[in-house]
Design a protein around this ligand. Structure first.
Ligand SMILES: C[S@@+](CC[C@H](N)C(=O)[O-])C[C@H]1O[C@@H](n2cnc3c(N)ncnc32)[C@H](O)[C@@H]1O
Length: 244
């Protein structure tokens, strides 16, 4: 059987579009299963993502306490400015990661370069709490993660649309994540793009065993907010010598 498969290499007989459609369908089914398993429909607050952010900010105290906000995919800065206005704590820090030249790859039918800001960072009224990390995540994030994780609660806004970018960010951040950190996942239950953010999150959870609780969602799961309930990587146990 294996030798027949190797000789035939059946992918040559199946149109690529059919393979893509089959993958889309399989992740739509995973998504349907996930929605049921996480009561995501009951936790939906409506269409507006800012209504969702507001609900979570008030309920979790993210409008008062000093937070470490990390945004992956900022584009024109609409969400970043919203969080800056909503969290006035002087001890908060806001880190924005983006190329500001748009998506580095096609996102389904949406072409690379979409969301470009011509390389310019967005206007934030000179707020000294903001730092921009301009470039591809795989160029800017490793250096940022060399510093110790700040003691403030992480609010991680994952909004880069793409599977590759989302999986990269989540896996790189895994050693920093702790119980009570917040993950804001954009374009999550996306019917058009089920093989991107949802798939990346699904693969990340499978690999790292991330324990989380869904707090709420908007637009039928298109935006999803989760609270980490246990650190996915126990850095101390990784440092302990293994017993012979
Ligand atoms: C949907 S937009 C972000 C929208 C924004 N959060 C808002 O609230 O308006 C997605 C952004 O992700 C960025 N992006 C995607 N993958 C990236 C990567 N690997 N490195 C850097 N930026 C990336 C794109 O440049 C684009 O600006």
């Amino acid at each position: 059987m294996r030798s027949l498969f190797g000789r035939l290499r059946p992918h040559r007989l199946v149109p690529r579009s059919l393979v893509t459609a089959a993958r889309q369908w399989s992740y739509l089914m995973e998504m349907s299963d996930w929605i049921g398993g996480h009561r995501a429909q009951d936790l939906d607050v409506g269409y507006d993502r800012f209504q969702l952010f507001d609900l979570v900010a008030v309920r979790e105290g993210l409008d008062r306490e000093a937070i470490e906000y990390l945004e992956f995919g900022t584009a024109g800065g609409a969400a970043l400015r919203w969080w800056l206005a909503r969290n006035p704590a002087p001890g908060s820090r806001f880190h924005s990661f983006d190329t500001f030249t748009g998506l580095p790859e096609d996102w389904g039918g949406i072409k690379a370069g979409t969301f470009t800001q011509g390389g310019r960072t967005p206007e934030v009224g000179g707020d000294p709490r903001v730092s921009f990390h301009v470039g591809l995540f795989n160029r800017t994030l490793p250096g940022h993660l060399l510093q110790p994780r700040p003691p403030r609660r992480l609010v991680v806004h994952v909004d880069p649309d793409l599977y590759s970018s989302t999986l990269y960010v989540l896996t790189m951040l895994a050693p920093w994540l702790r119980a009570d950190d917040i993950l804001l996942m954009a374009d999550f239950c996306s019917m058009r793009h089920p093989t991107h953010v949802f798939r990346a999150f699904h693969d990340f959870v499978a690999a790292y065993g991330l324990a989380y609780e869904v707090l709420a969602s908007s637009n039928f799961g298109h935006q999803m907010v989760a609270r980490v309930t246990a650190a996915p990587v126990d850095a101390r146990s990784a440092l302990e010598p293994t017993k012979p």
